[in-house]
Write a protein that binds this ligand. Structure first.
Ligand SMILES: *Cc1c(COP(=O)(O)O)cnc(C)c1O
Length: 237
């Protein structure tokens, strides 16, 4: 089933992936952290399965998707690549939660109890619990998704008590900024939330922040997972 890929095509994604790993290693080094602490999530939304295979063949295993139906189709196409770890990172509508619960390993965009409850009920019993990040809206006036900082404790408690969910940490998509100081300010808010949550739930280990535009600021502020799309797969149309 593997489609034929031209060498040129494969080199492109492989080279971009190599650059992304190097960028993470460099940012970790500057922040005096080990790059082993930071996972690269390759965000493949809108990109064809061939692109995912090219990244997979270069060693990438964790992929992020934002649109449920598109993602479910690709996960089915790629089912023989059984060690891919799929992360859902887009907004979750109630009527799509069952597909998310059945097909993904992680969900990074849980922002209300109603959705957490549905995911817990709908997660198939024969699968390991779904790994969950709470999405926090740290620039309230701009973004539409994410819970407020004040809502984190209630949501965390609910997830922690749900048998088919495992609380792993927090995720945020701050308002886009090209100013590193502004980027850092947003990330510091999330880091503070994460530290507080970890004091109560010591097993949590994932602070998902940083995208193509702000990897350095995120890693400098404690990110353990950066989500990179454009820099690996090219611009989206
Ligand atoms: C699209 C997306 C990304 C990747 O963004 P790039 O700027 O292309 O790196 C990361 N996180 C989320 C939640 C996204 O929706």
């Amino acid at each position: 089933m593997t489609p034929q890929l031209t060498d040129k095509y494969m080199v492109t994604i492989a080279e971009r992936l190599t650059s992304a790993y190097a960028r993470i290693a460099n940012a970790a080094n500057n922040a005096k952290r080990s790059s082993n602490e930071i996972t690269l999530l390759a965000v493949s939304k809108t990109k064809p399965s061939d692109d995912i295979i090219a990244a997979y063949e270069h060693g990438q295993r964790q992929f992020g998707e934002s649109y449920v139906q598109e993602a479910v189709d690709k996960i089915a196409q790629l089912h023989t690549f059984s060690d891919i770890i799929w992360h859902f990172i887009g907004p979750i509508q109630s009527n799509k939660s069952a597909l998310v619960a059945a097909n993904f390993d992680w969900v990074q965009s849980v922002d209300r109890v109603k959705i957490a409850k549905r995911l817990n009920t709908q997660r198939p019993a024969d699968k390991a619990p779904l790994n969950v990040l709470i999405q926090v809206n740290i620039s309230a006036e701009e973004a539409k998704s994410g819970c407020s900082i004040e809502q984190i404790p209630e949501l965390a408690e609910f997830i922690d008590h749900s048998e088919q969910l495992t609380l792993r940490g927090l995720m945020a998509i701050p308002a886009k900024s090209d100013n590193p100081n502004e980027q850092t300010q947003s990330f510091e808010q999330l880091q503070t939330c994460f530290d507080k949550l970890k004091a109560q739930y010591p097993h949590i280990d994932t602070l998902s922040m940083g995208m193509s535009n702000d990897v350095e600021a995120a890693i400098n502020t404690g990110s353990t997972m950066v989500r990179i799309g454009t820099d690996i797969f090219g611009t989206r149309t």
